[in-house]
Design a protein around this ligand. Sequence first.
Ligand code: CTP
Length: 243
Amino acid sequence: PGKKGRIDFEQVSFSYDGEGGQPVLKQISFTCLPGETVGIIGSTGAGKSSLVGLIPRFYDVTEGTIRVDGMDVRDIEPKRLREKMAIVPQKTMLFTGTVLENIRWGKAEATHEEVEQAARMAQAHEFISATPDGYETRVGQGGVNFSGGQKQRISIARALVKKPEILILDDSTSAVDVATEGKIKDALRAYAAGLTCILIAQRITSVMDADKIIVLDNGEVVGIGTHDELMTSCQVYQEIFQS
Ligand code: CTP
């Protein structure tokens, strides 16, 4: 693993209404080492998106501390903090422009080669190349209407072109088939030493091979460990596995 991209959650609680409000996250502690992949799983409303939203400081913790590479994120300017990371949101947001422009939105000065490299890792290069206009294909409104899974892969390419230290995927492969998702994960693993990856997922197959998996239930960590460990120790995880 590389040296950058460590994340520490220390007794983090969070409420959208500030102190005294209804807590959405309660006393969350975990460490994600540089280069590790941490999966986050849990039912809808468990607090997964809220948890990852605290890392780039979309919101600040109500209690506790989050550190990135040892520094309290509240001591880092959001702009600088966000330069280190790329976040693929749950809802893909492509604009009506070309595929190239959409991917380059992650890094305006990216060369065509960098864009293509990111698209290859995201398993998007093939279907983009299969269109008559390739990377010049227009997305939406009079352009090609890509499928939900294809749009997600373009969003992942947009995140990767930034060459982040930390990559956060918020359920961003939900519409991608399991085999393609596996290829994306293989590409991420092979990618420049030390990409820290936080992966929110609904299905267990998406997080099974993560270095550690955090099981969230109603804002609390109810399990943390590898797939095998959780299968023997965490009832909530077993229930998700069986569903
Ligand atoms: N919530 C809120 N205000 C927001 C976002 C979320 O009050 N702006 C609340 C939700 O109503 C929910 C809790 O915060 O009770 C956790 O939401 P979220 O973090 O989105 O949960 P996820 O586990 O990410 O749910 P999903 O899988 O449905 O995305």
